[in-house]
Ligand binder design. Structure first.
Ligand code: ADP
Ligand code: MG
Length: 275
């Protein structure tokens, strides 16, 4: 049984169909990438799956339970298990709150760790690789990478089973992106945590996700194991997206192309060699 499932999801904004009949599943502890260019409907799909926006047609199931029409009360325990991490930690974190308050917020909402809340926050800081000395720093005093680690700690605090990450590294420097992606992979494995990772940059997804869904104009146009989609993209849109992927860090040394594929170096083999 999938952990999270969308069946025939449709969401319209006036005459526009932002999500146009999407069916997808995310398994327990599975890491799934959702890629597509800006405006393809990724964020809307994510909000439908988390019931942050109402579905026009179709159904959302979590852990085998249909939550398509669930009210706020029925959704509260589900919300705890489906947490969200946003693209821009600077605007999603209240700049006047300190790290401890930010991370404890979910614990308070869900009435968790009433005793020993500070200890729980310190544990979470450690899990996301932040120094305990940051406890009383305000969000505005943190670097971009540190803010996103706080965003992840906030989500982890309530022990979710799935994180929806909507372009969580798009605003970060490439070197910081890699650190956050590595952190997410570790957390997913150690906590049996499913990830639905939204990105327009295919490269990020490649090193994190087992499976990838390609979204175009509200529809999933291709899906499969990440390695297969990268090796042999079937849909012209996926091929175009792949061709548009920038080499992430021109200063990072790559193996000479000749040693990768002496005959005909593909763009793909060049990209593969950068890690
Ligand atoms: N609240 C909204 N009101 C009107 N149109 C919206 C709203 N949210 C999204 N859209 C439209 O739906 C389409 C998909 O948007 P979005 O889901 O944000 O795509 P993505 O996350 O892939 O960039 C876009 O054309 C966008 O303008
Ligand atoms: Mg978006």
């Amino acid at each position: 049984m999938p952990l999270l499932e969308g069946r025939g999801l449709v969401r319209r904004f006036g005459p526009q169909v932002a999500v146009d009949g999407v069916t997808l599943q995310v398994g327990v502890a599975e890491r799934v990438g959702l890629v597509g260019e800006s405006g393809s409907g990724k964020s809307t799909l994510g909000r439908l799956l988390l019931r942050l926006q109402d579905v026009d047609e179709g159904a959302v199931c979590f852990d085998g339970i249909d939550i398509t029409r669930a009210g706020a009360r029925a959704l509260l325990p589900v919300r705890r298990q489906l947490q969200m991490v946003f693209q821009d930690p600077a605007s999603s974190l209240n700049p006047r709150m300190n790290v401890e308050q930010l991370i404890a917020e979910g614990l308070i909402i869900h009435g968790l760790h009433r005793q020993g809340r500070r200890a729980r926050v310190l544990e979470l800081l450690d899990e996301v690789g932040l120094d305990a000395a940051l406890l009383h720093h305000r969000a505005s005093q943190l670097s971009g990478g540190q803010k996103q680690r706080v965003g992840i700690a906030r989500a982890l605090a309530v022990e979710p089973r799935l994180l929806l990450l909507d372009e969580p590294v798009s605003a970060l420097d490439v070197s910081v992106q890699a650190q956050i992606v590595n952190l997410l992979r570790t957390l997913s494995t150690t906590k049996q945590l499913a990830l639905l990772f939204v990105a327009h940059d295919l490269h990020v997804v490649r090193h994190l996700c087992e499976r990838v869904l390609v979204m175009h104009q509200g529809k999933i146009v291709e899906e499969g194991p990440t390695a297969d989609v990268f090796a042999a993209p079937q849909h012209p849109y996926t091929q175009a997206l792949l061709a548009a992927v920038p080499i992430p860090d021109p200063t990072r040394r790559r193996r000479p192309v000749a040693s990768v594929s002496p005959s005909q170096p593909s763009l793909d083999s060049m990209r593969r060699s950068d890690r």
